[in-house]
Design a protein around this ligand. Structure first.
Ligand SMILES: [Zn+2]
Length: 291
């Protein structure tokens, strides 16, 4: 009786093992088929997107009727490396490479002139970056950065524009300094009354902030349109965004502390795709301002 029971249990055990392994085989083959189909779907989706993007670029190439100046500011440089990845990749190098790729993407469009705040590994004060943009009479200012976080899972592109509260504090500081001069940026102010100058800067900055937020929305829409993973529109008091006259945004291209993002940030093909998308948003935004 005992032996029969053991035999019965063994038969059960072996048969269930065989059954399991068969099921695993079936499951794994279904899984491979499924993932193959998914990959094919993904590929064809990206093909469609890239075709759509080429068409959109083509439709925009000659769309601008007046000259526009776009100022690109590669974050950090020189003695300031910015974020450093665990593999030893420096943010300052990535921002410079991405900025040059963005410059190349924009060079396709008629009536767009591009300047960079730095063309090599050079240290620049934040104020000097804005000053340089004023000097070339920029219509648009883009600061390029790469993020870092203690949370290694944090990933994606962020678009920043200036927040209201930080803007007011900066307007006060700007007014104080600019009162010593007849100039605020490249704008001549005849009134030396600190209150008047301060309020004027606030008005200009508020208007510019609204335009910056609108520009940020343009970029975000296109990132979504072309399936580029992003964390949405964020607000912060970045000094580099505090020009009272030039609509400015700061783009964090991705996280150097995230493995996948770091790989992307080092990939020229990825950066080219991203910069082409951003260039579409830039031209569309400039076009609207022409009307
Ligand atoms: Zn940075």
């Amino acid at each position: 009786m005992k032996i029969n029971f053991i035999l019965l249990i063994s038969v059960f055990f072996f048969s269930s093992c065989t059954y399991d392994s068969n099921e695993t085989k079936i499951n794994s083959s279904t899984f491979t088929k499924k993932s193959l189909t998914l990959n094919q779907e993904k590929k064809s989706h990206f093909k469609t997107l890239s075709r759509k993007k080429s068409e959109e670029i083509r439709s925009l190439i000659y769309s601008l009727n007046t000259k526009h100046v776009v100022f690109i500011d590669p974050g950090h440089g020189g003695k300031d490396p910015g974020a450093v990845s665990s593999k030893g990749n420096y943010e300052k190098h990535i921002t410079l490479r991405a900025s040059k790729i963005l410059q190349k993407s924009l060079s396709k469009y008629k009536n767009v002139k591009v300047y960079l705040s730095r063309y090599n590994d050079k240290y620049l004060y934040l104020r000097d970056r804005i000053m340089l943009a004023h000097k070339v009479k920029a219509d648009l200012f883009l600061s390029i950065h790469a993020d870092a976080s203690k949370n290694k899972k944090a990933k994606g592109i962020s678009i920043f524009s200036l927040s209201n509260i930080a803007s007011d504090a900066e307007a006060k500081k700007l007014a104080k300094r600019e009162n010593k001069s007849d100039f605020v940026g490249n704008m001549k102010l005849k009134n030396n009354d600190p209150l008047v100058v301060g309020n004027l800067i606030k008005i200009f900055q508020r208007e510019t902030m609204n335009q910056s937020a609108e520009f940020a929305k343009f970029v975000l829409n296109d990132l979504r349109e072309y399936s580029l993973y992003n964390r949405g529109h964020r607000f912060a008091g970045f000094a580099v965004l505090k020009s009272p006259q030039i609509p400015s945004i700061l783009i964090e291209l991705g996280f150097l502390t995230n493995k996948d993002d770091e790989k992307k940030l080092l990939d020229t093909k990825y950066l080219t795709n991203l910069c082409e998308t951003i260039s579409i948003s830039i031209v569309k935004f400039l076009k609207i301002r022409e009307n």
